[in-house]
Design a protein around this ligand. Structure first.
Ligand SMILES: Nc1ncnc2c1ncn2[C@@H]1O[C@H](COP(=O)(O)OP(=O)(O)O)[C@@H](O)[C@H]1O
Ligand SMILES: [Mg+2]
Length: 390
């Protein structure tokens, strides 16, 4: 081996070519960390920026092995790689981070609820249901969720009567996934506690943020959550750190929470990858969630999650109902001229109804000003503002 060989960074395999993998590539480039990607198709978001990529199916073990061959560590852009394949990769000698035993709690909401109950973590009242009669016994109104495969509100149904349950059970019936019923939480707002943990056990907790969902999709995040008591913020961070430790999570763990009117937090769900509620950290924290995810899965010392500004507001750019409306590159002249402090992140995706194609971050001392700037810019890119004037 040439003597310089040991100075080369190990190649990190990343499964999944979405925007989260794309945004990992930015700190990877800065730190000189080579990435090898498994992309769903040529030209997807992350494949545009990671030259060392393969196109293939993450459900196929041989394909996964082609990607991880020669990599000491593999991590993920999404949570959908089958558990048995993760065990097989680990048996090959690749460090799977997060590992299959941890990841199952982000893959399966039923397993997650069971484990959190064992840990004594506060959750909404919940039960697995196999029939409409079970839901009636659980009580209306409630929320039904597919235990596996849901995202961005797909696989979540708000039900008030037996008739409302049909769609959920049709979905379950066709795919053999279990259905979870949860009490309908009348939350004050949704919070997110994001932590990052390395295999050595080092952990860092980001400030707790407030997130707004529309139709089940995260649209806006304010960091830190305004008017959140230090006690409740600390409790939310403690919950996230405790879960990360107990489940042996490596990399980012995002804990989605409900804040109730009587001042409690309940866990909604877990994500074990960089998360939409952490995108603010790219411009608003000393170390972004993407960089800390890379550091964690490579077992390097973590960077500070401390905020760089009093406030950071993240607003997602989503495709509107009409895919011909909206602008991406041609939104830059106005957006950038109006606000030289704005930070724009576009994912290299075409506009499609409801699709996340980017986000903007605005930081500063005045929350109202940050909200106005970020909302204006996102609306501009979406094409909600002044579309006729161009
Ligand atoms: N038990 C509940 N009570 C009230 N609202 C809920 C409940 N569960 C989920 N929601 C709402 O639905 C959204 C999506 O649910 P979630 O379980 O996070 O699914 P996904 O995997 O699609 O993110 C949540 O962010 C929240 O707004
Ligand atoms: Mg969610």
């Amino acid at each position: 081996m040439p003597s310089h060989q040991h100075r080369l960074a190990p190649t990190l395999a990343v499964i999944g070519g979405g925007q989260l993998a794309r945004m990992m590539a930015e700190p990877a480039a800065a730190m000189g960390l080579p990435l090898r990607l498994l992309a769903e198709a040529e030209g997807v978001s992350a494949a545009q920026v990671i030259p060392d990529h393969l196109v293939g199916d993450y459900r196929d073990l041989d394909t996964l092995r082609k990607v991880t061959d020669g990599c000491q560590v593999v991590t993920f852009d999404h949570e959908h790689v089958p558990t048995e394949h993760l065990h097989a990769l680990a048996a090959d000698g690749t460090a799977v981070r997060p590992g299959p035993e941890a990841l199952v709690h982000a893959q399966d909401k039923g397993v997650m609820r069971e484990r959190l109950a064992e840990l004594g973590v506060p959750c909404p009242r919940n039960a697995l249901v196999a029939s409409v009669a079970d839901v009636e016994a659980f009580g209306f109104p409630c929320v039904l969720k597919t235990t596996r495969g849901g995202y961005d509100g797909k696989g979540v149904w708000f039900v008030r009567s037996a008739a409302d349950c049909a769609e959920a059970f049709e979905t379950a019936g066709s795919s053999a996934v279990r259905i979870l019923a949860e009490e309908l939480v009348d939350f004050r707002r949704e919070l997110s506690a994001l932590v990052v943990r390395s295999p050595s056990g080092q952990a860092a907790a980001y400030p707790v943020v407030a997130s707004t969902q529309q139709d089940g999709i995260c649209v806006e995040v304010v960091a830190p959550a305004p008017d959140l008591s230090a006690a409740l913020a600390g409790e939310a961070q403690q919950i996230a750190l405790r879960i990360a430790g107990a489940l042996d999570v490596t990399g980012v763990l995002a804990v989605e929470l409900f804040e109730t009117d009587d001042g409690r937090v309940l866990v909604n769900e877990l994500a074990m990858r960089p998360h939409n509620t952490g995108h603010w950290s790219q411009d608003g924290a000393v170390t972004s969630q993407f960089e800390n995810h890379l550091r964690a899965v490579l077992d390097l010392p973590l960077g500070s999650p401390a905020p760089r500004a009093r406030w950071t507001v993240m607003v997602n750019i989503l495709g509107g109902p009409d895919p011909t409306v909206g602008r991406l590159y041609d939104g830059y002249p106005h957006a950038l001229a109006r606000d030289p402090f704005l930070r724009v992140h576009l994912y290299g995706k075409d506009l499609r109804p409801g699709r996340k194609v980017g986000h903007v971050n605005a930081y500063g001392d005045d929350l109202e000003d940050c909200l106005e700037r970020a909302r204006h810019a996102a609306a501009w890119f979406r094409g909600d503002l002044g579309n006729e004037s161009e």
